[in-house]
Design a protein around this ligand. Structure first.
Ligand SMILES: *Cc1c(COP(=O)(O)O)cnc(C)c1O
Length: 212
């Protein structure tokens, strides 16, 4: 998988986030032993349990599931990255609860790039406003954008969604100096995402096998 990612990246650095939702802590530990550092979880409660089991193992934890407002404190205290900020009212609590002894929480704005009614994420037109609010908080660090494009059989349609994300990302990068992360692409389409500009791909089933 790493080789395929590197070859699609053609020399550009691309990070692989191992998506470990539903996988036991022991499997995470075995990937850490192989050199994997960053893990993504969708459910706060499940993640906290595994973090407790894994103790002081050096892991960079990413929250990639939809965030309920009542979980802002847990995320601010126990994660290194949050990839799913899509509304303004999450921002102030996240900043307030981020403990002073930790570095700022790395934040991505989630974009609903295919405008799907059932999906989380802001509209492209809302990115700039959310980004400015995040960047105004010293306890938060705006790093970029994340999206989960609609599944489409047609490669051209999928590519077009990635290209729209890249355009949003490049515009954001022009106005925010810490922005360096475009999190798009999963097991089925990570090479296409990298070709179209992903700097981080989120891969679950390809690393761990199909989810039950
Ligand atoms: C589950 C999940 C993934 C990984 O999906 P795979 O198809 O197993 O690679 C990536 N991103 C998000 C937000 C997810 O929920």
């Amino acid at each position: 998988m790493t080789q395929r990612a590197n070859s699609a990246a053609a020399g550009r650095p691309v990070r692989i986030l191992a998506v470990s939702k539903t996988r036991p802590a022991a499997l995470i530990r075995s990937l850490v032993a192989l050199g994997q550092q960053a893990f993504g979880e969708n459910y706060v409660q499940e993640a906290l349990g595994k973090q407790a089991e894994l103790g002081d193992t050096a892991i960079e934890w990413h929250m990639i599931g939809p965030l309920q407002s009542n979980k802002c404190k847990d995320v601010a205290e126990h994660f290194d990255w949050l990839q799913t900020v899509d509304r303004a009212r999450l921002i102030e609590p996240l900043a307030r609860f981020r403990p002073a002894h930790l570095p700022p929480l790395n934040v991505l704005v989630q974009v609903n790039i295919d405008d799907e009614p059932s999906k989380a994420g802001c509209q492209p037109g809302q990115i700039a406003g959310l980004a400015d609010s995040i960047a105004a908080h010293p306890r938060l660090r705006l790093r970029g954008l994340m999206a989960i494009p609609a599944p489409a059989a047609d490669v051209g349609i999928r590519r077009a969604a990635f290209v729209r994300m890249r355009t949003c990302f490049e515009r954001l990068r022009d106005s925010h100096r810490d922005v360096d992360t475009l999190s798009i692409g999963m097991s089925d389409d990570f090479e296409l995402a990298i070709t179209e500009g992903a700097t981080m791909v989120r891969v679950g089933s390809l690393l761990f096998g199909p989810r039950a």
